[in-house]
Ligand binder design. Structure first.
Ligand code: PEP
Length: 260
């Protein structure tokens, strides 16, 4: 069955010592949680801290805590000043990469076509992809959210082989809920997750769809997580703000384990 996951996107936050303290705090808070392979934590720090974060995680904790990057380039190498290539992440032992976060889409003009190339490249370099999709408020107000998410998922993922798709985690992140304190209702999350899973069933097959992890992202925190994580098609969360505090982040993981 599909993995249940809480992934933390630190974005461009934390100084070096704070980053070390945060990952150390996460590992400490996890000490009383028994390891269960069905549940995972993924930490996505700024790229400069990837190694530092890895170093703090003990061999034992590595079976449940994974380290991911927040972005990578669509090409393996070249004259792309300031960019990070997927093979560089693989060399560091990084397991996951977030592709298509709404901040990348809106601030850096990343299109569905570009994201398709990034997804392909990341998978070819043995990275698991956390692929983000989600609509802006104006789109939802016009009732276009199902179509828009379908277009995002279709363009970036539908050309993949079943084997490739099995290394993709989808994160539904309504843009109006990211960093706003406004959280989607459990029903809104569930209906979109069910929609995405149905799209995967139609394009691939029911087994692959059932085995795909679909995370919710957008102002998720311990106070609202239980209701969202209990929904049958919600397999955990991609967490921004609440991933910057060890206790809150681990609490989300514990809630997931209790309800899922
Ligand atoms: C995000 O940026 O992916 C996110 C979900 O942020 P927040 O939890 O802060 O809304």
């Amino acid at each position: 069955m599909r993995a249940k996951i809480v992934a933390g996107n630190w974005k461009m936050n934390k100084r070096l010592e704070e980053a070390e303290a945060l990952v150390f705090g996460i590992c400490q808070s996890l000490k009383d949680a028994t390891i269960d392979d069905a549940y995972q934590l993924i930490i996505c720090p700024p790229a400069l801290y990837l190694n530092t974060v890895q170093d703090v995680i003990s061999e034992e904790d590595r079976s449940q805590i994974f380290v991911g990057a927040q972005n990578c380039h669509e090409k393996d190498a070249g004259a792309f000043t300031g960019e990070i290539a997927a093979p560089m992440l693989t060399d560091l032992g990084i397991s996951h990469v977030i592709i298509g976060h709404s901040e990348r889409r809106s601030y850096y003009g990343e299109t569905d076509e570009l994201l398709k190339a990034k997804v392909e490249n990341a998978l070819r370099n043995d990275l698991s992809v956390i692929f983000c999709c989600g609509e802006q408020l104006s789109v939802r107000e016009e009732n276009g959210h199902f179509d828009l998410v379908e277009k995002q998922v279709r363009t970036a993922l539908f050309h993949l082989s079943p084997e490739q798709l099995s290394n993709v985690i989808i994160a539904y992140e309504p843009v109006w809920a990211i960093g706003t304190g406004v959280v989607a209702s459990p029903e809104q999350a569930e209906e979109m997750h069910a929609h995405i899973r149905q799209l995967l069933t139609t394009q691939f097959d029911a087994t692959l769809a059932a085995n795909t992890t679909i995370l919710y992202g957008g102002s998720c925190k311990p106070a609202n997580a239980e209701a969202i994580f209990s929904k049958p098609n919600v397999d955990g969360g991609l967490i921004g703000g609440a991933s910057l505090k060890a206790d809150a982040f681990v609490e989300l993981y514990k809630i997931l384990r209790e309800v899922a």
